[in-house]
Design a protein around this ligand. Structure first.
Ligand SMILES: Cc1ncc(C[n+]2csc(CCOP(=O)(O)OP(=O)(O)O)c2C)c(N)n1
Length: 309
């Protein structure tokens, strides 16, 4: 779990750097600061379970086992990337690892998760779908419809609301009539639980319980992971809606540093191990960048292939 959090953090730092260098275009949404949410929750899944993700999807994608090289190739717009270079950051899907896709539509992954879970139930399989979405997605009609549907049919879904305090520049207090997010679970007749989303072990424990319940036929759970995105919403964010002090306070609660403290106190890993793992991860990312660099660009004549809209 520690290595996975580091892979997410350093992959995104590299993506940010490549963007500054003009080697990645368009936009992307960094997950930096939220790593414990994806890693803790997905740790509770089996490799053949599914996830649906969001516009801020790198963390979920990596935690579910995606190849950093193929992700980097996608972000560099290369033919061998996950979407043949046509999708970029917001559209990475990786069916081999059970990732049904990132999604540029806020709340768009929620009905997809319910649909996948319905298929699992109809086919009498025992997989679970974990559905990630932000606090902003709670206001979408699709969220209500899909969670209610999953509750009525007792579908094997774990709904994970990553409450990072803002939907773009809108604070949760201004966007939600009731900021008690898990209170919504009662409206659908399903269990709800809120955890410290920067504590990877707390997220894991809550997710494990919800996954076991879903797999045993007990139906969906709504989990809230309380976390914070340390970077801007996307590439153009002047941070006018929050203070430097607030960001600094959350920086102190960095999920990676917190896990390091715990691992050290438990006598499991020490500073040398942290340095070694970090160096290995940085090397893996450099290799991913080199791989992506060497990949072919798509043929412009075939640009519309796979476009169905
Ligand atoms: C249906 C829809 N409405 C609006 C947008 C524009 N939009 C993109 S991200 C975003 C905020 C989402 O906030 P949240 O769900 O809390 O996720 P976070 O960005 O905080 O991870 C909005 C409004 C969109 N992409 N899709």
């Amino acid at each position: 779990m520690y290595r996975q959090m580091r892979r997410i953090r350093h992959f995104e730092e590299a993506v940010d750097r490549l963007y500054q260098q003009g080697r990645i275009w368009g936009t992307f949404h960094l997950y930096i600061g939220q790593e414990a949410s994806a890693v803790g929750a997905i740790e509770a899944l089996r490799p053949d379970d599914y996830i649906t993700s969001t516009h801020r999807g790198h963390g979920h994608c990596i935690a579910k086992g995606a190849s950093l090289a193929l992700m980097m190739a996608e972000l560099r717009g290369k033919e061998t990337g996950y979407c043949r270079g046509r999708g970029g950051s917001m559209h990475i899907a990786d069916l081999e690892t059970g990732n049904l896709g990132a999604n540029g539509i806020v709340g768009g992954g929620v009905p997809i998760a319910a649909g996948a879970a319905l298929a699992i139930k109809k086919q009498r399989r025992d997989q679970v779908v974990m559905c990630f979405f932000g606090d902003g997605a709670l206001q979408q009609g699709a969220f209500h419809e899909a969670v209610n549907f999953a509750a009525v049919f007792k579908l094997p879904v774990v709904f994970v609301c990553e409450n990072n305090r803002y939907a773009m520049s809108l604070p949760v207090e201004k966007g939600l009539g009731n900021t008690d997010i898990v209170a919504r679970a009662a409206a659908y007749g399903i269990p709800g639980r809120s955890v410290d989303g920067n504590d990877v072990l707390a997220v894991y424990a809550a997710a494990k319980e919800a996954v076991e319940r879903a797999r045993a036929g007990g139906g969906p759970t709504l989990l809230e992971t309380r976390t914070y995105r340390l970077r801007g919403h996307s590439k153009s964010d002047a941070n006018r809606y929050r203070t430097k002090e607030e960001i600094e306070q959350w920086r102190q609660r960095c999920p990676i540093l917190r896990f390091e403290q715990w691992l050290q106190a438990a006598g499991l890993l020490g500073p040398d191990d942290f340095e070694r793992i970090k160096a290995e991860v940085l090397q893996e990312i450099e290799a991913a960048i080199e791989f992506a660099e060497a990949q072919p660009d798509p043929d412009p004549a075939r640009l519309a292939e796979g476009v169905y809209a």
